[in-house]
Design a protein around this ligand. Structure first.
Ligand SMILES: C[S@@+](CC[C@H](N)C(=O)[O-])C[C@H]1O[C@@H](n2cnc3c(N)ncnc32)[C@H](O)[C@@H]1O
Length: 525
């Protein structure tokens, strides 16, 4: 699909300095431009929202004032995450006003309408004029259909009028359009990714699946959770997913004493709350998150969800051990393992994607990890390691990867990510039941291979950031049936995460963490 992303260069060459009325032309805000670029990439290229935002800001000219840059970044993130979280709700309202399925609209039109509606609904301190102006301008600069900008203008103004916004406040927008309200024009070249169709009006929701608009989750997923966990829990999970997630950090003892780092963070204006069960971890509950920047850069702080941190700790590594981290990039858990091992022993860190291994090597160097060796490897291969060496350095894999060689193995497996919908709301619109089954197949292969390299008496921790039994309990039950020399060995301090079968579960609605399934296993001597 060819969607023109409006770069500043395009905007500059296409726009005169004044409007047709001779007034100074108002620039589209950097935040909205970045949000628009990122959302278009999420929509048309299946990009990850956080990576698309990074890429969008990298393409924009740097803002002169750091404070302004931080503010732009915060607003763009808020818009991108908000639009993705509330997409079904926004789409239903847009469909009502346009009288058409959103799939029939040009992606740029669809994106700018969603962004506009999100801002006027949820960011009520933003002036409606600025929202409508930027929505219209962004479409003018990116859509190939001539009437698209007028269409977006008409729909957003109509919505605002119905909400009682004074026409006078919107008057300047009219002047940036040649034709104030042309008819809606659907795109002929749209290839639909997955857009929620508008629902027919219903008197009352009969089941949770009928609340897909209100809860802004796909009906099949709500139904699936309700079958597994009951309607009340499914509703609580959906509501938790739509709330902005907390920011958790751990203080890296490999770079600086955690006490000194904590004091420096507080001196920088941040409020820190200790996290139960995690000695040097905090939730950042106040202050400007941008203040974390220098601490992240110098490696004294790592931002990581508390659920991820619990999972790593549950493996129970000791200094001096030989550890395998099988699906390791970008290395957050590898670094935490190294910290728990006080940089003594050895960690072999694998990942199948060369660019992710390169990023992991940089991360680990920044964090002062000295005991990890990183390799590009497909951990599903029957020999455990593929011949695909690191693209740049072509390192040889170590002899110690042969069977029975590791004291501890962490398998943080690729998964559906349904435990992380607060941070990655785009996942819910891409997932299907079939994909869940595919993940389970991959996870089973990885777990089978992991078992081969655990020493007798050694420990294996399987983890997925998923809420699905299909990727958690079911994978483990099958594994244990075929591996009688492994037994479930939960950590002694698992607390309420411990399930009846001795597995571990964290829930976004109950534990204030990302959702995780984990199982700690011990190999017989
Ligand atoms: C959940 S993420 C790991 C996150 C990491 N443990 C951390 O905490 O930073 C799963 C990783 O598995 C990798 N992966 C997927 N398939 C793989 C395979 N066949 N072999 C090795 N790694 C794989 C992905 O590239 C991804 O980086």
């Amino acid at each position: 699909m060819s969607v023109r992303v409006p770069t500043p260069e395009v905007a500059d060459t296409r726009q005169p300095a004044t409007t047709a009325m001779g007034e100074p032309r108002r620039e589209v805000s950097q935040a909205r431009r970045a949000a628009f670029m990122a959302l278009l990439r999420v929509e048309t290229d299946d990009a990850w929202s956080n990576e698309a935002l990074d890429a969008a800001f990298a393409r924009l000219p740097p803002s002169s004032a750091p404070d302004q840059r931080d503010a732009d970044r915060r607003l763009a993130t808020e818009i991108v995450m908000g639009v993705l979280r509330w997409r079904a709700k926004l789409d239903a309202q847009i469909s009502e006003h346009t009288g058409r399925d959103l799939a029939s609209l040009d992606p740029a039109v669809r994106t700018s309408l969603r962004m506009g509606l999100y801002q006027v609904t949820f960011l009520t301190r933003t002036p409606p004029f600025a929202v409508v102006h930027d929505a219209v301008e962004l479409v003018k600069q990116s859509s190939e259909t001539t009437h698209a900008a007028g269409f977006v203008n008409a729909i957003l103004r109509e919505i605002l009028r119905q909400r009682g916004v004074n026409e006078e406040k919107l008057a300047p927008v009219r002047r940036i359009l040649k034709k104030p309200t042309p008819p809606p024009v659907p795109s002929k070249r749209v290839r639909r990714k997955s857009v929620t169709p508008s629902l027919p009006p219903r008197a009352e929701a009969a089941t949770i699946a009928d609340r897909e608009t209100e809860l802004s989750h796909p009906a099949w997923l709500l139904h699936h959770w309700a079958r597994a966990l009951g309607e009340t829990r499914a509703t609580c999970i959906a509501l938790a997913n739509n709330a902005p997630p907390p920011t958790f950090i751990w203080l890296n003892p490999l770079r600086e004493s955690p006490t000194a780092t904590r004091m420096a963070l507080e001196a920088a204006g941040l409020t820190l709350q200790p996290v139960a069960g995690l000695a040097t971890s905090y939730e950042v509950t106040g202050g400007n998150l941008a203040a974390l920047g220098p601490f992240i850069t110098n490696g004294t702080v790592y931002v990581q969800d508390a659920g991820s941190q619990h999972v790593t700790r549950w493996l129970g590594v000791q200094p001096g051990q030989r550890v395998l981290d099988m699906c390791a990039a970008p290395g957050g858990k590898t670094a935490q393992l190294a910290a728990l091992m006080q940089n003594q022993g050895g960690i072999t860190a694998l990942d199948v994607h060369p660019h992710r291994v390169a990023a992991m090597e940089q991360n680990l160097a920044r964090l002062g990890v000295k005991i990890a060796r990183c390799y590009v490897a497909d951990a599903t291969s029957s020999q455990l390691i593929s011949t695909a060496d690191h693209r740049r350095s072509r390192k040889k894999l170590p002899f110690s990867l042969f069977p029975d060689s590791f004291d501890a193995v962490l398998l943080d497996a690729p998964c559906s990510g349904t435990g992380t919908l607060r941070r990655h709301p785009e996942i819910k619109w891409r997932l299907t039941l079939r994909k869940l089954a595919e993940f389970a197949g991959l996870q089973t292969k990885l777990l089978w291979n992991a078992a081969q390299v655990v020493k007798p008496g050694g420990t294996l921790l399987y983890a997925v950031c998923s809420l699905e039994a299909r990727e958690g309990e079911e994978v483990l039950r099958t594994f244990l049936k075929h591996h009688r020399h492994f037994e479930v060995a939960p950590p002694s301090d698992a607390g309420s995460a411990l399930t009846g079968e001795g597995f571990l579960r964290l829930w976004p609605d109950q534990d204030n963490t990302d959702g995780f399934f984990a199982a700690r296993l011990r190999r017989a001597q």
